[in-house]
Design a protein around this ligand. Sequence first.
Ligand code: HEM
Length: 188
Amino acid sequence: VLDLDFVLSLLSRWLHILAAITAVGGTIFARLALLPALPSLPEGHRKTLHDAIRGRWSKAVMGAIAFLLMSGLYNFIRIAGRLPADLKPLYHPLFGAKFVLALIIFFIASALVGKSTAFERFRANARFWLTLNLVLAVLLVCISGLMRMLRDRPAQPIRPVNSVSAVSVWPIVPQLPLATSDHPVTLD
Ligand code: HEM
């Protein structure tokens, strides 16, 4: 079981999940705890604290973005190659939506955590952009979970129309006549 493909996939999944919980957890903390707590500080201290947090947190955000992109692309290339044909029309659009959502989230997060004066207006509206990023991140995690569940589902057998499988018959078996006068059932 411990071949190179297995080890790389496991590493990539670990990285992806760790980076995702860092980025999404940080967003939830910033919006639900840090932002509402800032007004309890005197005006001057707010800026000092904010600057001290920004410098450190921006490194975590940039790292998370890099790891999410690398591990996500690796996962996708690996998964796409062995996806059952009947799943592709659903899985690929979900991945497309996820990828676009991720880029939007990365953009908003970078603008909020960066120093560039071009994004000063973003930071002035931090409450709105953090709320939006939080909602988008929750949606993205839901889409990711759905993608995973779809792949975990057992393959749907394609069977000829006039054949019946044991599985599709068993719930109606008790309603079928077990014996007719022509074919009596005997228990000997
Ligand atoms: C904010 C950014 C992101 C978050 C929060 C996130 C989160 C997640 C989560 C929670 C999973 C499910 C892991 C599991 O059930 O094992 C996942 C899987 C995955 N992610 Fe991401 N992800 C992000 C960005 C990306 C990006 C940028 C890509 C592609 C470049 C990507 C590609 C994938 C792929 C291919 C899977 C596997 C889905 C499957 O099992 O079918 N993700 N992601």
